[in-house]
Ligand binder design. Structure first.
Ligand code: ADP
Ligand code: MG
Length: 381
């Protein structure tokens, strides 16, 4: 199921100006490139660089952008709910009400439990798009609302471990021991203090060598999947935070997952390289994990002051349709401060917009999860 059709990208934003040759994938086969379901139809990519693109964006008619803004606002308003009899109608009261909603201290609000354990791989080979931030905050949000969650940190930087406040200095039992030495997830997972029923398998810098060490290991692409299959703790969600590359660690995560969640930053070059990620997902689907599918796109770091952010959001919705969550994560200082305190924004500032939107994203994911069929049989089985 490979194709060498020349790249024809229908998008205008953020695509590379030139259609490169079909890339060779991890399995040595030429990778098909392009959007799912788009058969080379559409406009050619823009020849111009960022400056003329910016100009076009600035003068773009705003009808669709306004529609996009209205949609985002209504989702957020729904999430907060209207104040009762005006009693919460001050900014501070409103923020306090949001905080209670997010933290759920009485534990009486619960998200629906999925019909089967969902293994979600959070991937995008671009760095800094919000993979780790999304993994951490979604995991905490799900756990605060009654679901049992395991986070697997698969990035040698260990940022997810930091955000969850989990020790990850070199030598700490970690995902490295699981992948390279065959340790179990159960013996490396540690409880996270921020929420009940939340565990994390940390990543240490030792993992940086794993890509090379795994090369000679039998069934090297299946190491994580085997470990997850052997993990018999009752969890509802396993979230895998990938490194910013398409190397063997990410391949392990894609072979292990049922679903891929792709965070996309609402920025100019956000879509660049996405074709390559989708091609790799296609290849893994064909050769290593027939049950894999892209289930969720999450728009991150949205800056409401720029038309560009709206336009990228709209472009992504045009291509991915219902896969894109309704809620969009705004760019927020509170979100970026939280990891410095070993926390998610959910616990660091639960009344903030960042916390509220991640709460809403988690709820959407949980609700959609109840409509999902059981994952298909994998081809390698
Ligand atoms: P990735 O894991 O894809 O490399 P991160 O989640 O680490 O990306 O995010 C990259 C940087 O952007 C981090 O410093 C993070 O704190 C910051 N960041 C992520 N999401 C937001 C947001 N919504 N608002 C502001 N800063 C953010
Ligand atoms: Mg990261």
């Amino acid at each position: 199921m490979t194709s060498t059709t020349p790249v024809r990208r229908p998008s205008r934003i953020g695509w590379p100006a030139e259609a490169g040759p079909a890339k060779t994938d991890i399995a040595g086969a030429p990778a098909p490139i392009g959007w799912i379901g788009v058969d080379g139809v559409g406009e050619s990519p823009p020849a111009a660089g960022p400056s003329s693109e910016d100009e076009r964006v600035t003068h773009e008619p705003t009808a669709t952008l306004d529609a996009s803004r209205t949609r985002i606002k209504s989702v957020l308003d729904d999430a907060v709910g209207s104040p009762r009899d005006g009693e919460l109608d001050t900014p501070i009261m409103r923020e306090a009400a949001q905080a209670v909603r997010v933290l759920n201290p009485t534990r009486d609000s619960t998200f629906p439990r999925p019909g089967h354990r969902r293994v979600i791989t959070v991937a995008n080979q671009k760095g800094g798009v919000g993979k780790t931030t999304s993994t951490v905050n979604l995991a905490v949000a799900l756990a605060l609302h009654g679901l049992r969650v395991l986070v697997i940190d698969l990035d040698p930087q260990g940022n997810a471990s930091t955000g969850l406040g989990v020790e990850h200095s070199s030598g700490t039992p970690s995902i490295y021991e699981v992948l390279v030495d065959g340790a179990s997830l159960a013996e490396t997972a540690v409880a996270v203090e921020q929420a009940p029923n939340l565990w994390c398998v940390p990543a240490t810098i030792d993992l940086a060598g794993a890509e090379i060490e795994l090369v000679s290991v039998v069934a090297r692409e299946h190491r994580l999947r085997k470990a997850i299959e052997a993990y018999d703790h009752e969890v509802d969600y396993i979230l895998v935070d990938c490194p910013p590359s398409l190397g063997l660690l990410t391949v392990n995560a894609l072979v292990a997952g049922d679903e891929v969640l792709i965070p996309i930053q609402c920025e100019y070059y956000a879509l660049e390289g996405l074709g390559q990620l989708l091609s790799n997902i296609d290849l893994i689907q064909s050769h290593l994990n027939g049950g894999l599918r892209v289930s969720t796109i999450l728009l991150t770091m949205y800056d409401g002051r720029t038309k560009l952010a709206d336009q990228v959001a709209q472009e992504v919705r045009n291509h991915f349709g219902d896969l894109v969550l309704d809620v969009v994560i705004p760019r927020s200082v509170r979100v970026s401060e939280a990891p410095g305190y070993g926390q998610s924004v959910m616990t660091y500032d639960p009344g903030s917009r960042g916390a509220l939107t991640y709460f809403e994203a988690a709820r959407e994911i949980a609700v959609r999860g109840t409509q999902l069929a059981t994952p298909g049989r994998r081809e390698s089985e």
